[in-house]
Write a protein that binds this ligand. Structure first.
Ligand SMILES: C[S@@+](CC[C@H](N)C(=O)[O-])C[C@H]1O[C@@H](n2cnc3c(N)ncnc32)[C@H](O)[C@@H]1O
Length: 212
C-alpha cells in the first residue's frame, strides 16, 4: 500500500494520531519526547487564525484547527479523520491536497498543520495551496523537518509508510517562495517548524522566480 492509500484507507494510524494530538497531556509529552517540540506553538498558531476569514484547513485530521468560524472548510483524504471532525461546525470535504476542487484565488487563509511530512510531494501541495489563496491571503502551517535532530524517527516512520520524504527547513523556505509566496516567516521548535507566508496582492510585484 503506498503512502497516499495508507492515509486514505488505514483507520488505525488516523485514529491513534488524532486521539493523541487532541489529548492535552499526551500530546504535550509525546511532542516533547518524539520531536523535542513545544506543542503550545501549534495551539498559538491555531489561535492566531482570523475567525472571519474564508479558511481552507487541509489536512484537517480530526479537526484540531476548527475554530468558531462559520466560513471554515475542513478537508482531508481520510474518511476516518473527517468522521472524527464531524460536529465541530466546519464544512467537510474529502479531497487530496495535491488536486484541490476549488477555483484559484478563493480563500483568505489556508492552514496546513502537521501534514506536509505525510505527503510524497509537499512542494506540489504548497503550490496547490498557493493557487487557491486569494491575492493578499495568508498560508499558515507546521511541519516536521529533517536535519533538526530527529532524522532517525523520521526514517522509522517512513519505513512504516506514514511519512513522505520530509524536507529540511531550507527546503520548506524554498517550496514556499517558489510557489510565489512572500513574507515567509519560519518558527522552529525542535524538529517541527511553524510557518506563515503571504500571496502578494494584485498590485504588488510578484517575488522573483526561484531557479530550481
Ligand atoms: C499527522 S495528520 C495531521 C492532521 C491535523 N492537521 C492535525 O494536526 O491533527 C496528517 C493528515 O494528513 C492527511 N493526508 C495524508 N495525505 C493526504 C493527501 N494527499 N491529501 C489530503 N490529506 C492527506 C491524513 O489523512 C491525516 O489526517
Amino acid at each position: 500500500m503506498d503512502l497516499r492509500e495508507r492515509w486514505k484507507t488505514d483507520r488505525l494510524p488516523a485514529a491513534m494520531y488524532d486521539y493523541a494530538v487532541q489529548n492535552g497531556p499526551i500530546s504535550h509529552i509525546g511532542a516533547r519526547l518524539l520531536w523535542g517540540y513545544d506543542i503550545s506553538h501549534l495551539r498559538q498558531n491555531i489561535e492566531a487564525q482570523d475567525p472571519d476569514a474564508l479558511t481552507l484547513d487541509i489536512p484537517c485530521g480530526g479537526g484540531i484547527a476548527i475554530q468558531d468560524n462559520p466560513r471554515h472548510v475542513a478537508a482531508d483524504l481520510s474518511r476516518t479523520m473527517l468522521d472524527r471532525a464531524r460536529g465541530r461546525g466546519a464544512a467537510l470535504v474529502q479531497t487530496d491536497i495535491n488536486k484541490l476542487p476549488f477555483p484559484s484565488s478563493t480563500f483568505d487563509l489556508c492552514v496546513t498543520y502537521n501534514g506536509l511530512h505525510c505527503l510524497p510531494d509537499p512542494e506540489n501541495a504548497i503550490r496547490e495551496l498557493s493557487r487557491v489563496l486569494r491575492p493578499g491571503g495568508t498560508l499558515r502551517g507546521t511541519t516536521i523537518v529533517r536535519g533538526a535532530g530527529r532524522d532517525r524517527v523520521i526514517t522509522a516512520l517512513r519505513r512504516l509508510n506514514l511519512f513522505g520524504p520530509t524536507g529540511t527547513r531550507s527546503d520548506l523556505r524554498r517550496w514556499l517562495t517558489s510557489a510565489g509566496l512572500t513574507d515567509v516567516h519560519l518558527t522552529p521548535s525542535g524538529a517541527v517548524t511553524g510557518f506563515t507566508a503571504r500571496k502578494p496582492a494584485d498590485n504588488e510585484d510578484a517575488p522573483p522566480p526561484t531557479i530550481r
